[in-house]
Write a new protein. Structure first.
Length: 94
């Protein structure tokens, strides 16, 4: 598949009304992970990544999580194969 087609597919998926309604933004994910750690001194969803309603700089779906390190890892997920470390935190807005 051509690269531009792949990026167009992710742009269309991220703009779906259901994604915009219930998935967190990239900023909300990073804030929640950092705030939870600051308050509780433990990681929220260790070894997991959260799929946002935003696109990354490379045009793929933005994900954020801890991975294997102590820092929050952010980037694009191409979704070409399943990954049991990718999940969703629902965020309902009015």
């Amino acid at each position: 598949m051509a690269i531009w087609r792949d990026k167009l597919k992710w742009a269309e998926i991220s703009q779906l009304h259901i994604n915009q309604l219930i998935r967190q933004t990239a900023q909300e994910i990073v804030y929640d992970l950092a705030f939870y750690y600051d308050i509780n001194r433990k990681r929220l969803m260790p070894d997991q990544y959260v799929w946002s309603n935003s696109l990354s700089d490379d045009g793929h779906n933005f994900i954020a999580g801890y991975g294997d390190s102590q820092t929050i890892m952010c980037g694009g997920w191409r979704g070409m194969m399943s990954d049991n470390r990718i999940g969703v935190c629902l965020s309902r807005r009015a």
